[in-house]
Structures are given as C-alpha cells and as structure tokens.
Ligand binder design. Sequence first.
Ligand code: BT5
Length: 322
Amino acid sequence: MSKYKKDILEYLMMHKDDYISGQKLAEQFNVSRTAIWKAIEVLKTQGYSVESIKNKGYRITSVPDHWDRDLLSYLLTDSIFQKQFVYEEVTSTQTVAHELLMEHDEPLLILSEIQTVGRGRFKRPWASKRDTGLWMSLVLHPNISYQQIATFNLFISIAIAEAIKNVTQLEPKIKWPNDVYINDKKVCGFLTEINGDSDGVHTIICGIGININHTIEDFDESIRDTATSFKLESKKETDRYIFIKALIDSIEHYYEAFLSQPFKELKEIYKGYSMIWDRTLRYTEGNKQIYGKAVDLKDDGVLVVLDDTGERHHFISADIEV
Ligand code: BT5
C-alpha cells in the first residue's frame, strides 16, 4: 500500500471541487510524480473514483461504499474521537470496545462493516448486515455520578434523531428509552454500558446500530415487519460517510450538553421527537407489565405512565410495544 495514500486522499478531499495536478501533489509532499500516480492507483483499487484529466490533474468524484479508515480519519479531524478502529468483521463492536478501553484513556470510536454477534439489550440479537448500516461503539470518559448517567440515553436519542432528520429529511421519532423509529418501524437501537466504581461512572460504552441502505430482503423474516432503513423510507441511498459525520457532530454536541446542562432544559426538544405520548401502549419492565399512557418524563429520565385505572407507574427502562 502506498504510504502517501492518506496524505493525498486528505489533500484531494480538501480541494474536492478542484483538479490538482500531479506536479502540485508531488511538490506538496516532496515525492516523485510516480509515487503520486501509485497512490492514486491505490485509492482507485480501494473504491475511490478519481478523475484524471491531462493538463488539469486529479479530482475525487466519489468515495467507496465501505468504511475506509483514512477517509473516516479525515472527516473526523476536529472530532473528540481521534482514536478510530475500523474493522471488516467483528463479533460485536461493544465487545471490541470493552477490550480496547483497557489500553486507551481517550475517547474511542469502533466501527465494523459487519457484526457476527451484534447484541441488543438483555443479550437480544442485533442484525448487522454487511455494507448496509452503521454498527458502531463509542467510548467516553465522563467522570460523573451514577445519578447523572440516568439521562445520558435521552441526550443521545436526540442526537441520533436530529442527525437522521438533517441528513435524510425523514421524520425520526424517539421511542423511549433507546430506540429511534421512522413510520412506526425501528431504524436504530442503541445501548449504553458503563464502567465505574464507588466514586462514580468513569467510562461509557455506547453501541449504536442504524439501518441505512437495507432493502426489505436484507432483514431476516423475524424483523421484516418491525424494522426499517433510511432507504426503505426515503427510496434513495444515503451516503454513509455524510451520515456518520453528521451523527458524530450531533453526538459531540449533545454529549457536551449532557455534561453541562440539566436534562430539563432539553425536555421539550425530546418530547417533540418522542413517539409515545398520548398513546395507550404496553410497558414491560422485569416481571411487571401494564397498559397505559406516558404522561410525564421526569428531569432524572424516569417515565411516568398512567394505566386505565388511573394508577401511576414509574419506569427507568422498559420495553414498549407500539
Ligand atoms: C437495541 O436493543 O435496540 C440495541 C441495539 C444496539 C446495536 C449496536 S450495533 C453496534 C453495537 N454493537 C453491538 O453488538 N450492539 C450495538 P433492544 O432494545 O434489546 O432491541 C433488540 C431487538 O431489536 C431484537 O430483539 C429484534 O427484535 C430487533 N432488531 C434486531 N436487529 C435489528 C435491526 N437491525 N433493525 C431493527 N430491529 C432489530
């Protein structure tokens, strides 16, 4: 692999609308024009389309549809996630994240093209087909109390919903506590795991799964009626790089808010995205199961549900059937 590929990729991406001559690139990186040509060939074999016009130069016209760590690193230049790990295949990005955080103190981003044992909450399976979605774990080191972590999922849900809305112009809805739906079907699930001790929470490992370019056949029979993707809803492909960039920006923004603002300041935004208000739904938490309507979301993230008899129930994390 050409050792100049990353530098040349970054330079061409920075000047995406211009043609850059081989001579200019050679001078920029102080290498021969042959070295530049070789690096361009490597980019092409990795799925980049590079237009090359005599007397004008090179221009990137499209990027690969698989995850390329160099492109990701370029897009996330200003991000807090400077350590990125990109895999072709893993069991679960959560499992990898738990291993990696033992050796790294900084925020981590772990991304895989496919997960063979993707997992949801309570060890439920998470379907993670190749090239279609975004299967990612983020590791953060907040140093907060156990009480404060209770609202993390609420901030993250807004971040995800907002990124989906901005990129796809679809109408994502948050299903408390950890799903995002479009048109009553699940497009995203996430789960938050923590490491801590008696001083509080030191590490958050947040795993996010989002269905992007799935066709209906890409979903197993078992979730075909309940799952959806951006493509199924918008009838067009979404560029996964544009989306991941928007998602990370949004997560960083709302993570900052999580650390500095009480949830009550964002409650109205959250409620605006929420799909569970004014609907009688089935709530299950442990052995408890009731039918009721969500009537309040407390500042600490606890959901208050009123059943048919007028009794109030408090949930910290429940499965809700829509
Ligand atoms: C979740 O669990 O929704 C959290 C999913 C988190 C997945 C990410 S992917 C990256 C990271 N690495 C991992 O291994 N996991 C995280 P839960 O609320 O328990 O929902 C699981 C249920 O969603 C399953 O029982 C299925 O019914 C359904 N499901 C599974 N795969 C799906 C998919 N791709 N799209 C929509 N629904 C799905």
